[in-house]
Design a protein around this ligand. Structure first.
Ligand SMILES: [Mg+2]
Length: 268
């Protein structure tokens, strides 16, 4: 079993938009050199592991697709575990569709047949028509799964609605709570533990968001490290409020990636 493993959040932790956070490249290089097992862990369901690693590489951060764990991968694995030959209606982007197909599941686009599952992720072409179709399938008995609960995302022109906001509309239409896969759900965390061939007690999750990253640590039983900066979701100004909202406290707090790198070197 792997020991001293890390799960590392991406947006707000290793980069902001297309800009690498200073020290992200050397932190990951150090992890590789020290042989510390880790995964990049993202709630974003829109991209494939190949897309994610290519994006990191473009910013100068070393990464391979095998080091990426997405909410789409965990969603597909969750469904395959419950029903290996499931039919799935996907309301999401290509990273989600690709993960569902790779898990051997069947995507159904026809609204005539009721699929086993309706899976909803971020969909930047979401529409009234899609809301109607997804809602009708759930009302007709398909199991409702949401890739992640994030309500808001940072965008170039300001805040954008996240997958959780679209899921909230579906929830309102159907009166049905989705099974939520992404952070803070333990479903994504347990999937990541399996990929790392480890268990919660050997893992530290690193991230900037109390409500997703740190709460995921609390809910799955692993250690959590909050990156507390003026630029992340959690800042010195809002940490008290966010701790209350998340009903969680980080086990460790670091103020930049250099401090995290120093801490990492104490693991071995
Ligand atoms: Mg983040």
């Amino acid at each position: 079993m792997a020991q001293n493993c890390l799960l590392i959040d991406l947006d707000g932790t290793l980069y902001h938009g297309e800009r690498m956070v200073p020290g992200a490249d050397t932190l990951i290089t150090t992890l590789n050199e020290q042989g510390i097992p880790f995964l990049f862990l993202t709630n974003n369901s829109s991209a494939t592991p190949q897309d994610v690693s290519a994006r990191l590489n473009k910013m100068g951060i070393p990464a391979t697709p095998q080091q990426v764990c997405t909410s789409s991968m965990a969603t597909a694995a969750y469904i395959a575990e419950h029903k290996a030959d499931a039919t799935v209606a996907v309301f999401g982007e290509h990273g989600l569709r690709s993960a569902i197909t790779e898990a051997g599941l069947t995507i159904v686009d026809s609204v005539d047949a009721i699929p086993d599952y309706v899976v909803q992720g971020i969909d930047r072409e979401f529409s009234y028509q899609k809301l109607a179709e997804a809602g009708r399938l759930i009302l007709a008995g398909a199991t409702f799964i949401s890739t992640n609960p994030d309500l808001l995302l940072p965008g170039a022109g300001g805040l954008m609605p996240g997958a959780g906001t679209l899921g909230s509309a579906l929830k309102a239409m159907t009166g049905t709570e989705p099974i939520v896969i992404g952070k803070p759900s333990a479903i994504l965390m347990n999937f990541a533990f399996t990929l790392l061939n480890t268990q919660a007690s050997e893992v530290t999750i690193i991230g900037d968001n109390m409500m997703t990253d740190i709460k995921a640590g609390t809910q799955s039983g692993c250690r959590s490290l909050l990156l507390l900066t003026d630029e992340g979701v959690t800042t010195p100004q809002n940490i008290e409020i966010h701790q209350k909202l998340a009903e969680s406290k980080p086990d460790l707090i670091k103020h930049n990636l250099q401090e995290i790198e120093q801490w990492v070197l104490t693991l071995h």
